[in-house]
Design a binder for this molecule. Structure first.
Ligand code: HEM
Length: 362
């Protein structure tokens, strides 16, 4: 009994060691070192390798479409949860000698075969292109977790989070997906997804698949807005010294904080001539440049796609710089044309999916 309790109290990171990022083209040793994958919450001790069939199954799983992953999770979940929730069984699931019963493997194999027939090989989208080129849609979707989530036991939460990971992995083929933790810094939402796509309907499919999973049923949408990246409108007409300063690279190192501010301009702004707006944007740029090195920014044009005109996205390690930047911008004329600034302002931390999973599993 003592040992069961010890196992149940293992840090989540240990249990989640099996949910490392996946790619279909993993080598045997890579898969072996991460201990297989969803839905086997099986931990391999150092130096130990999974059986060849476990490796095959784990690789094949990563090629399943989200619906198959979800189905699989239900079938597997029904079995695993009832089994894992007995403390002595939960202890066994973490031992190296554990093998699922034959009937489960057969059921599992049938699903894998169906998935193989239906699923194309998953290749990751060109993330760098999606994040740097114009003509890409950026969608920001913030969610709260319902109160039932916290009431679920850890084993059940881990199984559901594995499904979240599966859905994200599957959509990496076409989308660049970033996740942020808002919980603790925002009472507005717990989680934020930023999704980049060349086709907005691909983003929609991702959220449909996500919300269709057992994990997604716990998500309550707080806000969602979309915008489009475009070539700079005013920079080409700015003096050379400003253009050169804008090109200087930002300080290296991690930027753990994220801030997203939706903006709507007033009707007067849009009735100004291009020259008048350009003059004000030059003033905006001059006021902002002192913070250019510590605040990384990205602009999305949202007019017509949302009730907004712009979505502004920032990453920084120095929130005090960000605050000074906003104070500096509030003094320029262009700021007076902001009819909506924030509402909501989303503040959170930049996290990997594994980090988010670990936090939500606690
Ligand atoms: C590091 C700090 C910043 C720098 C260097 C900067 C610079 C610029 C530049 C050069 C443009 C013109 C882009 C173009 O040519 O189309 C621009 C546009 C814009 N910036 Fe900033 N900015 C900064 C921070 C901010 C902040 C904090 C906000 C508001 C929260 C903001 C809101 C906007 C908006 C809404 C536009 C689009 C205006 C329009 O196209 O009409 N910027 N910024």
């Amino acid at each position: 009994m003592k040992s069961s309790i010890r196992m149940l109290k293992r840090p989540t990171s240990f249990v989640l060691a099996s949910f490392r990022p996946s790619t279909l083209k993993r080598s045997f040793s890579e898969v072996g070192s991460s201990g297989g994958a969803f839905p086997f919450a099986k931990i391999y001790s150092k130096g130990e390798r999974p059986t060849r069939s476990a490796v095959c199954i784990s690789s094949v799983l990563h090629s399943l479409r989200p619906c198959w992953m979800a189905l699989l999770s239900i079938l597997w979940g029904n079995f695993t949860l009832s089994w894992m929730c007995t403390p002595s069984k939960f202890c066994r699931v973490n031992t190296t000698s554990w093998q699922p019963p034959l009937s489960t493997l057969l059921r599992f194999a049938a699903l894998v075969l169906a998935g193989l027939v239906l699923a194309p090989v998953v290749e990751a989208a060109d993330r760098d292109k999606l994040l740097s080129e114009p003509g890409v849609y950026g969608t920001f979707a913030a969610f709260r977790l319902d109160t039932d989530w916290a009431k679920r036991d850890q084993a059940s939460r881990i199984v559901q989070l594995a499904v979240l990971k599966g859905v994200v992995e599957q959509h990496r083929e076409k989308l660049a997906i970033d996740v942020y933790l808002l919980r603790g810094l925002s009472d507005y939402a717990d989680l934020l997804f930023r999704v980049h796509a060349t086709e907005l309907r691909e983003t929609q499919q991702f959220f449909l698949d996500l919300q269709g999973t057992s994990f997604g049923k716990h998500l309550i949408s707080s806000t969602v807005f979309s915008g489009l990246t475009k070539k700079a409108n005013y920079v080409p007409g700015m003096p050379d010294n400003l253009k050169a300063e804008l090109k200087t690279p930002s300080e290296p190192g991690p930027r753990p904080y994220v801030i997203v501010i939706p903006i709507r301009k007033d009707a007067d702004w849009w009735s100004l001539s291009q020259e008048q707006r350009a003059a004000m944007m030059q003033e905006h740029t001059e006021a902002s440049l002192p913070y250019h090195k510590t605040v990384k920014r990205k602009l999305y044009h949202a007019t017509g796609l949302d009730d907004l005109d712009f979505i502004t996205y920032f990453e920084t390690s120095r929130l005090e710089d960000f605050q000074s930047l906003i104070l500096a911008l509030e003094k320029v004329k262009e700021y007076r044309h902001n009819r909506r600034f924030g509402h909501p302002t989303l503040l959170g931390t930049v996290r990997s999916l594994d980090e988010i999973i670990e936090v939500l599993a606690q």
